[in-house]
Design a protein around this ligand. Sequence first.
Ligand code: SF4
Length: 255
Amino acid sequence: MIGILWFEQRADPFLQPVGNVFSDLVNVTPVQIAEIFESIQGEGPWAGTPSLFIRTSGCNLRCWFCDTPYTSWKPEGTAWSIDELVWRINESSATDVVLTGGEPMLLPEMQQLSSRCREHEKRITIETAGTVNQPVVCDLMAISPKLSNSVPDDPIWRDRHEAARFRPDVIRSLLTRHNCILKFVIDQPQDVQEVRQWLSHFSTIDPGTVWLMPQARTREQLAERSDWLRILAAENGFRFSSRLHIEQFGNVRGT
Ligand code: SF4
């Protein structure tokens, strides 16, 4: 099932997204889901782990380098009920569930969804930009704060993105309540200095939980930037994260 889009497997009309037959039979609170798929975790400390990814649609930011524009710039998706999502989670043999986006913390139902993942004894990662807070449960909060290198050259979104991308109050709360890592997207070597400035706003961050990851949407970009970023990460006492899904599959949706 690695890398196979679940949507392609929903041949049974009984299991079509809410809004048709199935929606009449369950207590429905539909949420917009861009995609659900099984693949390997490509980033951070649990890289290589077979996981079920649930990607919500919608984001409050607009990074110019967004590699899932179908969740941000042009959001799309299908409505699923929480019951349907839990059924899909339970049906998966993967021990890990990754709740990602877009920005999954925008979803009012994320508390309920994460709690029900826990009931089914799944190990839960939530991937967030750290600008929205709510009382979820997870085993790993993978926060990817957005630096100034993310600001888009867009007349509407430039200021909106800039105003929303840094929320120290949210970061402090997440750090206090969860097992967190910080995963920074690095585009140029000088971005590492901005990471150090960002970290100086917080007193309790272990550099060993800080991961630097290349801004790369192709294998070629990943290889070129990994060479110098590995060295910079080591020099600064940070961790380096590749993007295994790009290495293995390229920039392919559903991986
Ligand atoms: S925060 Fe993530 S999903 Fe949102 S625009 Fe940036 S890269 Fe895309």
